[in-house]
Design a binder for this molecule. Structure first.
Ligand SMILES: NC(=O)c1ccc[n+]([C@@H]2O[C@H](COP(=O)([O-])OP(=O)(O)OC[C@H]3O[C@@H](n4cnc5c(N)ncnc54)[C@H](OP(=O)(O)O)[C@@H]3O)[C@@H](O)[C@H]2O)c1
Length: 286
């Protein structure tokens, strides 16, 4: 497959495309001329994104309103794509959310939905679209993991665990499918300026500059062109994620627990401000 620049003949399927990182991928692929299939549960927002991309880039954009945290969600998505009649060349398996707090205080149903969306749907959607890529001899899969996937994350235990799954699952597929011409990438953003923290129900404290969605997408595209298995967006995120791998896991978890216990008390500036900025307090996971 050609470098990730000219994609006029390609179709990209993006989950979680109605906002944040997914919407930035939609914008970037539309700008490169790709046809799009955008998926998310909230239909009005999805339609707004689709209409804007059609207007600004003149590309063909389809939308599928689907709740991927439901057991049947991925199959509903695949059926809708089949009805549209498109082969998917690029899959951005991006939809996800987090929960934060002492594990026993988080509603069990919320954590269950988190696992269904961040883990089960990511795996199932890959299963539904990868065979077609293998049969056609090429394709691209970007799975959105997180810097949280590199270590245990107290007070975000399910989220960190889910992103560790995405990281290892993606790297394994990268190794398996290179020889089939299918590129698989685990995308690991750190704190990024999206609706994520609002959905988390918490304004997280973090050190370093919050990254923009455009920076995250650019990091993914560079990594694909270089054939990388995973990419951590941002130099500081790269250093902190890799530093934690050199230390005993229990020690890292204990230190993180202390930081996040205090951090959860500190209300900081919203992660929704219009420009990237430095959040107050200590660095934490995303
Ligand atoms: N922002 C960060 O700091 C950060 C850092 C590392 C990793 N990530 C990861 O990046 C990915 C995108 O998050 P974001 O930061 O862009 O957050 P976001 O702005 O909240 O976007 C989340 C997207 O996922 C969709 N979504 C939520 N629940 C869904 C469901 N049940 N089924 C299908 N789609 C669903 C949302 O659609 P609706 O609007 O319709 O609900 C929205 O389009 C997530 O996997 C997240 O874990 C984010």
């Amino acid at each position: 497959m050609a470098a990730h620049a000219e994609l006029q003949m390609s179709t990209a399927l993006i989950t979680g495309a109605s906002s944040g990182i997914g919407a930035a991928f939609a914008e970037a692929y539309a700008a490169r001329g790709a046809r799009l299939v955008l998926a998310a549960p909230g239909e009005p927002r999805l339609r707004e994104v689709a209409e804007r991309l059609r207007r600004e880039h003149g590309v063909d954009v389809h939308t599928v309103a689907v709740d991927l945290a439901e057991e049947s969600g991925p199959d509903t998505l695949a059926k809708a794509v089949a009805e549209i009649g498109l082969d998917i060349d690029i899959l951005v398996n991006n939809a996800g959310f987090g929960s934060r707090g002492p594990y026993h205080e988080i509603a069990a149903e919320r954590d269950h939905r988190q696992v269904m969306l961040n883990v089960v749907a990511v795996e199932r959607v890959a299963h539904l679209f990868l065979p077609g890529m293998v049969a056609r001899g090429g394709g691209t899969i970007i799975n959105t993991s997180s810097t949280s996937g590199f270590q245990a994350v107290p007070y975000m235990a399910v989220y960190g665990g889910s992103k560790a799954f995405v990281l290892h699952f993606s790297i394994a597929l990268w190794a398996e499918y290179r020889r089939h011409g299918v590129r698989v990438l685990a995308l690991c953003p750190g704190p990024t300026d999206t609706g994520f923290f609002e959905a988390l129900g918490s304004r997280m404290s973090a050190g370093g500059r919050v990254r923009t969605t455009d920076e995250v997408v650019a990091a993914a595209f560079r990594a694909l062109d270089r054939g990388q298995a995973y990419v951590i967006d941002g130099r500081l995120n790269y250093l902190t994620s890799n530093a934690s791998r050199l230390l005993p896991r229990g020690f890292v978890a204990q230190v993180t627990e202390r930081v996040l216990r205090r951090g959860s008390m500190a209300m900081v500036r919203s992660a929704r401000a219009p420009r990237p900025r430095r959040l107050l307090g200590r660095r934490t996971a995303s």
